[in-house]
Design a binder for this molecule. Structure first.
Ligand SMILES: *Cc1c(COP(=O)(O)O)cnc(C)c1O
Length: 390
């Protein structure tokens, strides 16, 4: 008999009932070090007092009014994001995949209004992940995500990851945009080198097409800059954000330049919930904390510590691990053992990691994990690996 919850996930037999910082507690009272953070969502860990306060204060005042009216917390958050980034304007969503829907619509509408309605094609890359909506699965294009679901939304060109020559050749007079994750998450923590991002920007400028970045997983301080593309010195035209920005409350957004957003006039897009007062109250609290230079400095310091520990772990457990990869606190351990076995061994040893493609386990801890958490992370992962190599 089908479970009451639609069985689209094969869930681990773990039931968490409370959390504090980087630690989760199960219904049996067992504690786990959370290096997954709800897949890069709990950017400030569990039960952060400033987020709890922001949410409960807003909950006592007003929950929802719709986007038919001004929402002060939404305007405040948009103003902050505009101040902090390349963007001139922001649309709020409830998830990453909704951000993908708008990014695609915005790019196509831009060219439609510019008198080039044939420019609809969006170039994407193998191993990418952009969510589970119709545009999201079409963008990623893998058989795993699209098979059996009928006609796939057209207008996506899928290219090999990291092949500049193929990319240059793939741009035609129907190309509208290139869509890329600066660091692939689901694809196995694969950073795009800075010089490649610069090359992408040049290619887009030369051909008059838009650069869309999906920073749903790598954004909001995860790599040690507020957004990952900042390391490369270039900026996108459109950017998708979600996951970390809500710190656990469903919130996403699309950031864009005035130019790229020029087609999105009144009535062209909408969302009932997107940017509602509760979500934006939390989003403001997250951005206030994460965007502070001292906070980002500390993310970089901790990223260095964790990386150093993980390099040691890989050296000690060469039967289980192959290498450390990634950027900031978005790290992957490429496994020699089967990655799911390593994740399960982690569960048995009290540490949570997240599997990804390319036989990688992902470490996406809360950005405010403590130095002691880092020491424990290495020792719990070492114990997990030892249990496998025996
Ligand atoms: C998670 C993710 C998405 C989809 O976000 P949802 O909130 O699950 O819809 C899109 N892009 C990337 C890079 C992601 O990691």
């Amino acid at each position: 008999m089908i479970s009451s919850v639609l069985p689209t996930y094969s869930r681990a037999p773990l039931t968490f009932v409370s959390g504090a910082g980087s630690w989760l507690t199960t219904d049996d009272g067992d504690r786990y070090l959370d290096l997954g953070a709800g897949i890069a969502v709990n950017a400030l860990g569990h039960a952060h007092p400033a987020l709890t306060q922001a949410l409960t204060e807003q909950a006592g005042q007003l929950w929802h009014t719709s986007n038919l009216y001004n929402i002060p917390a939404q305007t405040a958050l948009a103003d902050k994001l505009v101040d902090l980034t390349f963007a001139d304007t922001v649309f709020f969503t409830n998830s990453g995949t909704e951000a993908c829907e708008l990014a695609v619509k915005m790019a196509r509408k831009y060219f439609y209004d510019a008198g080039a309605p044939e420019r609809v094609d969006i170039i994407t890359f193998d191993g990418s992940f952009h969510g589970r909506s119709a545009a999201g699965i079409a963008a990623a294009g893998s058989e795993k995500m699209t098979k059996g679901f009928g006609p796939i939304l057209g207008g996506f060109t899928h290219l090999a990851f990291g092949d500049h020559d193929t990319l240059t050749a793939a741009i035609t007079d129907t190309t509208a945009a290139i869509l890329i994750e600066p660091v692939q998450g689901e694809g196995g923590i694969r950073p795009v080198p800075d010089h490649c991002l610069k090359g992408l920007r040049d290619l887009c400028d030369t051909n008059g097409i838009l650069l869309i970045m999906d920073e749903v997983q790598c954004g909001v301080g995860r790599t040690g800059k507020l957004f990952a593309h900042e390391w490369s010195g270039i900026t996108p035209d459109i950017m998708m954000v979600a996951k970390g920005i809500g710190g656990g409350f469903p919130l996403g957004c699309v950031l864009a330049t005035e130019h790229a957003a020029s087609g999105m006039t009144a009535g062209t897009h909408g969302s009932t919930y997107g940017g509602n007062p509760l979500a934006c109250a939390v989003g403001n609290a997250v951005i206030d904390i994460v965007s502070a230079p001292e906070f980002l400095d500390d993310v970089n310091r901790k990223a260095g510590l964790l990386r150093q520990r993980l390099e040691g772990l890989v050296a000690n457990q060469a039967d289980v691990f192959e290498e450390v990869r990634g950027s900031g606190l978005m790290l992957g351990l490429k496994c020699k053992a089967t990655n799911m076995d390593v994740v399960n061994a982690g569960y048995a040893n009290g540490v949570i990691t997240v599997p990804a493609a390319d036989n990688v386990i992902r470490l996406l801890p809360a950005l405010n994990l403590t130095d002691d958490d880092i020491v424990q992370a290495a020792s719990l992962l070492d114990a997990a690996a030892s249990s496998l190599s025996q």
